[in-house]
Design a protein around this ligand. Structure first.
Ligand code: PMV
Length: 363
């Protein structure tokens, strides 16, 4: 599949000004994306749960400019002007302008807010970039472009990917695959697609409690981390393993096999961090409390037979995953035994969600 299918033919309408608002969720990968080729093409396929409560809401207001020389925009987070976000947005606009040729024609006001605290160690790039991509697609829709089925969400995911790779998995729910996989029809390196096969009741309404172990800025950005997979001694084996894990998950999702799910998801999390620890330069993003929590989860599981498990992002926070029917028992365990390892006792209760929504803001 070619990128060129997202280059629009001539627009047949014009629009002077307006505004669109989208709310887009974060996601948590079960099979991790770590390592990319040029143009944000992933080295391996990944799959994620779309979250429900951790969201970014973005309002994009636009008005036609006199000249189309430069990009012109301002960014606001929770009402405060954020000039330090401008470089990232400018780089994003440059990357996507071939696909959205109207970008230099308008002044944009980007107003954004997150449901989770900015300094929580939860990356806002997936929800933020997908919300912005959806707002831009709403503008393109007004300009009337000839398009194929699924164009709107496919192209929004394609654009979000160019902002931040994993953002392309943040538009739809509840399970999303990104990256070409032989057994998954329609999967693509260019955009995320809804997981197309049967999913057992066990995985419906899955819960994710995010334990905020360290709310500081990451010492190593994911861009640097992805780049360290070039020439990494274990890279090729790792990429192969991701394909195999995704293959195994197909029957796990179908059968509702929670034991194999736990094995794959925890191994993926630890492999992600093992890649960081074995790159050159090497680094560690887990903290002592990350390990304390992992050990507590393992002993709780051994003691009670619970199907609770953990996964990790590129940071120290722990995502505690469990089936809905264990909520009471696992929440009790989290409060009694895990909250003590969270910074200021902070954690966020989330669960699988169903994707981004367009909002109408009343004036
Ligand atoms: O989207 P990026 O470039 O921030 O990379 C995210 C990578 C992980 O969160 C660690 C894994 C994943 O698949 O989301």
């Amino acid at each position: 599949m070619q990128e060129t299918r997202f280059i629009p033919k001539a627009y047949t309408s014009s629009i002077e000004n307006g505004s669109f608002t989208w709310s887009s969720p974060s996601n948590i990968a079960l099979v991790k994306y770590w390592g990319k080729k040029e143009h944000q093409i992933p080295e391996n396929p990944s799959v994620s749960f779309t979250l429900d409560n951790c969201k970014t809401t973005t309002t994009l207001s636009f008005s036609k400019k006199e000249s189309s020389d430069d990009f012109s925009f301002d960014v606001f987070l929770d009402g405060d002007k954020k000039d330090d976000f401008k470089l990232k947005i400018e780089a994003f606009f440059k990357r996507i302008e071939a696909y959205l040729p109207f970008l230099r024609d308008y002044y944009f006001k980007i107003e954004t807010s997150n449901t989770f605290p900015h300094s929580s160690g939860i990356a806002s790039s997936a929800s933020g970039m997908s919300a912005l991509a959806l707002c831009l697609m709403s503008i393109e829709e007004e300009l009337d472009v000839d398009h194929f089925d699924d164009y709107f969400f496919q192209k929004a995911s394609f654009l979000a990917r160019l902002g931040s790779g994993s953002a392309c998995r943040s538009l739809e729910g509840d399970l999303v695959v990104w990256g070409k996989h032989d057994e998954i029809d329609g999967s693509s390196d260019l955009f995320g697609v809804k997981y197309p096969f049967e999913v057992h009741q066990n995985f419906k309404n899955y819960q994710d409690t995010i334990l905020l172990v360290d709310k500081g800025e990451k010492q190593v950005s994911s861009t640097v981390g992805h780049n360290l997979m070039y020439g990494h001694p274990f890279a090729q084996e790792r990429f192969k393993q991701a394909h195999e894990n995704l293959s195994s998950l197909i029957s796990v999702f179908k059968e509702g096999d929670l034991d194999t799910f736990i094995e794959i998801v925890e191994s993926e999390a630890l492999t992600l961090h093992a890649m960081m620890m074995t790159s050159m330069p090497y680094f560690i993003l887990m903290k002592p409390n990350t390990l304390e929590i992992i050990n507590k989860i393992w002993s709780f599981r051994k003691k009670t037979g619970s199907k609770v498990c953990f996964t990790l992002d590129a940071g120290a926070n722990v995502h505690v995953l469990y089936p809905k029917n264990e909520s009471k028992q696992v929440c009790g365990f989290i409060k009694n035994e895990l909250v003590a390892y969270c910074q200021n006792g902070h954690y966020i209760c989330d669960r699988i969600g169903f994707g981004a929504k367009q909002l109408t803001i009343e004036n």
